[in-house]
Design a protein around this ligand. Structure first.
Ligand code: UFG
Length: 346
C-alpha cells in the first residue's frame, strides 16, 4: 500500500487525465480535479472530486491548493490539436502557456513544490533520426509543440529560482482505453488515427490516409502508439519520483515500436472483423514520416514497463470503448452525450 498523497490534477476530466485520476484513486490518493470542462467531460470524474475552474484564475487556484494542502500537481489541461494551433496560435499560447504560468504562480504562492507535466513528442519537430532520445534537438514546428516547449522552459526557471521540481513527460501517440471500458477517447472533433479508423468501420464513411509516398516500408507514416493506461502509470511513477526527492527530469513516453498507418488499418480489421473503408489522400502538412520513442530512460530510471505494448491490445480496448459509446456504433443511435452519468467507482 502506497502512502496516500494529496494531489491536484488539472485537466483530469479529459482523456489521459481521467485515466490517471482513476489510477490515483485506486491507489488511495486524495485527488482534486481542476477542469473547466471546455474539452473534458463531467462523466469522467467522481462529482465530489471535480472543481470547475479556469487555470487563468491564479487566486482561486492558490486558495484551492492551500485548502487541499496539495503536495503535488499533475498538469494535463491544454489544447491539443496541431492543425488548430496553426490557425489560431494566440489561443494555444494563451491557454497552454498562460494557463501553465498561472498554475505555477499559484503553486509558488501555496508552497507546492512538485509538478508532473504533459509534454509531447511534438517538441522534437521533424527529427532526422529514430528512435528519438530525450537529448535530441528541441525544434517544434507548430504552435502546439512550441507551447509545450515554452512551458518546459518555464519549469526550468521555476526550479532554478523557486525550487519547484518537475517531470516533463513527452508523450508519443496516446491511444487505447481503460481495459474495462469505463473511460476512453472522446475528442470533439476527433482527429486521431485509431478512433477515426473505428468510426470508419462503424459508419462506413471512408477515412483518408494522409499520404503513401513516404520513405517507410509501405509509404505511410510511422507512429509509436502508447496505451493510455501505460501513460497514466508513467505519471504515477513520476509523481512518486518527485515526492521521493527526485530532481527535475524529462522523459519520452512511448513503447519504442513504430507502426505504419497501413499496419494500423490491418490491426483494426483483425480486431473488429470488418474492412476499414479508406482512400489515399495527400500528405497532411507538418506530418513527420516517423516518430518512435527511445523509451529506455523512463524504463531504467523510473522502472516503467508498459503493460499493453501490443498494438492489437490497444486497438481492442479502444474498440471495446467505442462500441459502447452512443453515436459511434451503428446499433446505437444518438450523439455522444456529455450528460451521461459518472461511469466508474473505486
Ligand atoms: N492519419 C491519417 N488519417 C487521418 C488521421 C491520421 O492518415 O485521418 C495519420 C497521420 O498522418 C499520422 C498518423 O495517422 O501519420 C497518426 O496521426 P494522429 O493525428 O493520430 O497523431 P499525430 O502523430 O499527428 O499527433 C499525435 C498527437 C499530437 C502530438 C503528436 C506527437 O495528436 O498531439 O502525436 O507525436 F503532438
Amino acid at each position: 500500500m502506497t502512502t496516500p498523497r494529496r494531489i491536484l490534477v488539472t485537466g483530469g476530466a479529459g482523456y489521459i487525465g481521467s485515466h490517471t485520476v482513476r489510477l490515483l484513486l485506486e491507489r488511495g490518493h486524495e485527488v482534486t480535479v481542476v477542469d473547466n470542462l471546455s474539452k473534458g467531460y463531467r462523466h469522467n470524474v467522481p462529482p465530489e472530486r471535480l472543481c470547475e475552474l479556469n487555470l487563468a484564475d491564479t487566486d482561486a487556484l492558490a486558495r484551492l491548493l492551500d485548502r487541499q494542502r496539495a503536495e503535488a500537481v499533475i498538469h494535463f489541461a491544454a489544447f491539443i490539436s496541431v492543425g488548430e494551433s496553426m490557425r489560431e496560435p494566440e489561443r494555444y499560447f494563451a491557454n497552454n502557456v498562460g494557463g501553465s504560468l498561472s498554475l505555477l504562480t499559484a503553486m509558488v504562492r501555496a508552497g507546492v513544490k512538485h509538478l508532473v507535466f504533459s509534454s509531447t513528442a511534438a517538441v522534437y519537430g521533424n527529427p532526422q533520426d529514430n528512435p528519438i532520445l530525450e537529448t535530441f534537438p528541441i525544434q517544434a514546428v507548430n504552435p502546439y509543440g512550441e507551447s509545450k516547449v515554452m512551458v518546459e522552459t518555464l519549469l526550468r526557471w521555476f526550479d532554478e529560482i523557486h525550487h519547484l521540481s518537475s517531470v516533463c513527460l513527452r508523450y508519443f501517440n496516446a491511444a487505447g482505453a481503460d481495459p474495462e471500458g469505463r473511460l476512453g477517447e472522446e475528442h470533439v472533433p476527433e482527429t486521431h488515427l485509431i478512433p477515426l479508423l473505428l468510426q470508419a468501420v462503424t459508419t462506413g464513411t471512408p477515412i483518408a490516409v494522409f499520404g503513401d509516398d513516404y520513405e517507410t516500408p509501405d509509404g505511410t507514416c510511422i507512429r509509436d502508439y502508447v496505451h493510455v493506461d501505460d501513460l497514466a502509470q508513467a505519471h504515477i511513477l513520476a509523481l512518486e519520483y518527485l515526492l521521493g526527492g527526485g530532481a527535475s527530469e524529462r522523459f519520452n513516453v512511448g513503447t519504442g515500436t513504430g507502426h505504419t498507418v497501413m499496419e494500423t488499418i490491418r490491426v483494426v480489421e483483425a480486431v473488429t472483423g470488418r474492412k476499414v473503408p479508406y482512400t489515399v489522400g495527400p500528405r497532411r502538412e507538418g506530418d513527420a514520416p516517423s516518430l518512435v520513442a527511445a523509451s529506455g530512460k523512463l524504463r531504467d530510471k523510473l522502472g516503467w514497463k508498459p503493460q499493453y505494448a501490443e498494438l492489437r491490445t490497444i486497438v481492442e480496448h479502444a474498440w471495446n470503448f467505442a462500441r459502447k459509446r452512443p453515436g459511434t456504433s451503428p446499433d446505437q443511435a444518438g450523439p455522444a452525450g456529455s450528460d451521461k452519468p459518472f461511469n466508474f467507482s473505486i
